[in-house]
Design a protein. Structure first.
Length: 734
């Protein structure tokens, strides 16, 4: 064996013309790489190198690979490069002259050779501090330790092609394996393609990686385990149309807190960040089990993620595992543009307040990958987000496209027989003005079925919007409202007198609203004609409304004009008039409602309240039937406003009967009356029952204002009000 004239025990010999090469590549002038580097080995970019066996860079040694160098590996599991603890690799390519690790064959496919492994001394999870582990493909090389800032060198503008050779189904190479690699190491601008296992896998450590493109890698695109705590920035994973996998559970992201889930009590558990990620499955035959799988005690912080493509994705996000779920501190913001989600948007067992499916994420910036030579086709490129107005006349069953940004631009009417379906995670933006609202008419339906992880948001199209920017959401039903005489009563919608509501069907079904946010609503045309956040006109009990957040509205947060619908889990913040308003014969139940005015809140109204309840419309029908007779269970009203008094925390009047249990009034701001049961147009019905605890710092007038005797109305101690822990999905911190 002839050795190079440098301090090294690695073989650097030229191959003769008659030496066997394992493919169509011309290796006749290549120098071989195999053995153990001693001292510093610097390659020559003008030469081609052939990796004929394992190349080890041990403690104290350095491998320098200049820009433009190509290294071709012979076929086999033992053809790989391993930078051991204390060893250094400086693979400094450039955009114009990248470094290429590839197969020594023109006919190579995934798994032809091993890959690149770097072992460092940064922490990994374990039962003791400074835990070490052994390299999967060679157990004599350890990694891990206690040096978070350990420096294994520089890897930049590097291509790794046809990697992933295996010795068994459980022992195989990744494209780039980072074992306990420290944050002092620089890794950026990496392209890994046609790999037979993961593109990249982090086994603990703290190194960060920027600008990573993974194409057609057989198992996972981006894999994290064993206590990894760094950041992956701008990563793009693609499966092309002809891609197939040999794995049982190929994924976009796979993240375990500890190694193989066998150390739930180990420390540290993986707690890592991904910022800017695109996952594309365009495979015609290969389903992706999960776009994002976080499990076994891992905590992920993933922002600006985009999942797309024409191929099947079973679960967009899966946070479950038999060996332990993801921690509830996990944060994920992902836009779903995938064409086929066959199972769950989010599969979870616990409450994840900060896992959201949203619209508008752009994912990774693929323009930085031009140096790789990879061509992004139309289906694999990041598209501009399509924009459309919601049709103003909906007469059939329509479902909005989750990949499109929709606008409320005019009065959207869901007519009788029409159905508007809004997928989880969508954000609907409204143009400015009174005429921009959604009105579900009698016989129409809306299905806005968000989830805790993927709520639906109705908001302004302007980031500087304030209360009253647009109209709001109105639902008209055929349930009973109060009116004169016997029979069926109807009334005209406040904001459009041509549209009627009311009837005789208290079980009427107008659809579903769940996990819905309504922001900056309440536009007005006059002082008497204005929108609420959510207006429920004669809505029937067949309608399901739960988990609603209404904030920065210019009139009431919610108002019930008759009807029998019940609402559960309602948070109202900084709404200009009343938090919870009932009138015109309403007879349903509001459960778990929390209203808050923040310290800076001010109102434009003369008499803003927590609860305002009338038995009949505007007190003009004291003889009308039915009068409002409703329930509120578990309510908190909180005034923190420094300059805005609340006229009444609870106002019941004009023939209304309220049954209010477990109510709590609190806050540092002024409240004039805790309970007011009086009105010039008629007091509350004497059957009214109210149990309220007063913890407000300033009551400037009466605890209870009344004209008659109300045996069921009392101020008590010990009420807890609305549970505050059910609103984490809103993004608002109580």
């Amino acid at each position: 064996m002839a050795f190079a004239a440098i301090a090294s025990t690695v073989s650097l010999t030229s191959c003769s013309d008659d030496e066997n090469t394992t493919g169509g590549g011309d290796s006749s002038q290549a120098e071989t790489l195999v053995g153990t580097v001693s001292g510093t080995l610097t390659l020559d970019a003008s030469k081609e190198y052939r990796l004929t066996g394992t190349l080890i860079v041990p403690d104290g040694a350095t491998l320098n690979i200049p820009a433009g160098t190509t290294i071709k590996a012979d076929e086999g599991f033992d053809k790989y490069i391993l930078v051991a603890q204390g060893g250094t690799i400086n693979a400094r390519g450039t955009a114009d002259n990248p470094i290429v690790f590839t197969a020594n064959s023109d006919n190579a496919s995934a798994g032809y050779w091993g890959g690149l492994i770097v072992n460092g001394r940064a922490p990994i999870s374990g039962s003791t501090e400074g835990q070490t582990g052994t390299t999967e493909v060679d157990n004599q090389y350890v990694y891990g330790g206690s040096n978070t800032t350990d420096n294994s060198g520089v890897i930049e503008y590097v291509q790794l092609l046809y990697t992933g050779a295996r010795s068994s189904s459980s022992i195989e190479h990744n494209g780039l394996t980072l074992n306990g690699v420290g944050s002092g190491t620089t890794i950026r601008n990496i392209y890994i393609s046609e790999g037979a296992d993961d593109a990249i896998e982090f086994f603990g450590g703290s190194v960060s990686v920027t600008n990573l493109l993974a194409v057609n890698c057989d198992d996972d695109m981006f894999d994290f385990t064993q206590g990894y705590c760094g950041t992956l920035t701008n990563c793009y994973g693609v499966w092309e149309s002809g891609f197939t996998s040999t794995e049982e559970d190929p994924r976009g992201v796979e993240a375990d807190g500890n190694l193989d889930g066998d150390g739930p009590d180990h420390t540290p558990q993986a707690d890592f960040t991904i910022d800017g990620m695109t996952i594309v499955n365009n495979s015609a035959t290969q389903a992706m089990q999960d776009a994002i799988k976080v499990r076994r005690g891992a905590t992920a912080h993933i922002s600006n993620a985009l999942v797309m493509g024409t191929g099947e994705v079973q679960n967009l996000i899966d946070l479950t595992d038999s060996k332990g779920d993801a921690t509830t501190a996990t944060e994920i913001s992902v836009t779903n543009n995938a064409g086929n989600i066959s199972s769950d948007l989010v599969n979870h067992n616990e409450q994840y307040d900060n896992v959201e499916i949203v619209s508008g994420n752009t994912g990774a910036d693929n323009t930085v990958f031009g140096w790789t030579g990879y061509q992004f086709d139309e289906s694999g490129d990041t598209p501009a987000v399509a924009e459309e107005d919601i049709p103003t006349e909906i007469t059939s069953d329509i479902t909005l496209d989750a990949s499109t940004q929709y606008y409320i631009n005019g009065s959207v009417h869901v007519r009788e027989g029409g159905v508007l379906r809004i997928p989880a995670g969508m954000t609907i933006k409204a143009r400015n003005g009174f005429a921009n609202f959604i009105l579900v008419e009698r016989g129409g339906q809306i299905y806005a079925e968000g989830t805790a992880e993927a709520p639906i948001t109705f908001t302004a199209d302007n980031e500087t919007a304030e209360a009253g920017y647009w109209g709001g959401l109105i639902i008209n039903g055929r349930a009973v409202i109060s009116g004169a005489g016997s029979g069926t009563h109807e009334a005209a919608t406040e904001v459009d007198n041509n549209i009627m509501y009311g009837g005789s069907d208290n079980a009427d079904n107008s659809g579903v609203l769940t996990y819905v946010r309504i922001l900056y609503s309440g536009a007005r045309s006059t002082a008497d004609i204005e929108h609420n956040g959510l207006t429920l006109n004669a809505v029937g009990s067949g309608t399901r409304i739960e988990n609603i957040y209404i904030s920065e509205g210019a009139d009431d947060a919610i108002e019930f004009f008759g009807g029998s619908v019940s609402v559960t889990n309602l948070l109202a913040v900084n709404c200009d008039d009343d938090m919870f308003d009932f009138t015109q014969g309403y007879c349903g139940t509001l459960t778990n409602c929390y209203g808050r005015w923040e310290a800076s809140f001010t109102s434009t109204e003369e008499d803003p309240r927590g609860v305002e309840a009338d038995g009949n419309l505007d007190g003009e029908g004291p003889d009308h039937t039915p009068q409002a007779d409703f329930r509120i269970e578990n309510m908190t009203i909180e005034n923190l406003a420094e300059s805005q008094p609340m006229q009444d925390a609870i106002k019941i009047r004009r023939g209304a009967t309220a049954h209010i249990t477990n109510a709590l009034i609190t806050g540092s701001g002024e409240i004039e009356n805790i309970i007011d049961l009086t009105d010039s147009k008629g007091d509350a019905a004497t059957a009214t029952e109210i149990s309220v605890t007063n913890s407000a710092a300033s009551v400037s007038s009466d605890l209870i204002r009344q004209n008659g005797s109300y045996a069921g109305v009392g101020i008590v101690s010990g009420n807890t009000g609305c549970p505050a822990d059910g609103f984490g999905w809103t993004g608002y911190e109580l």
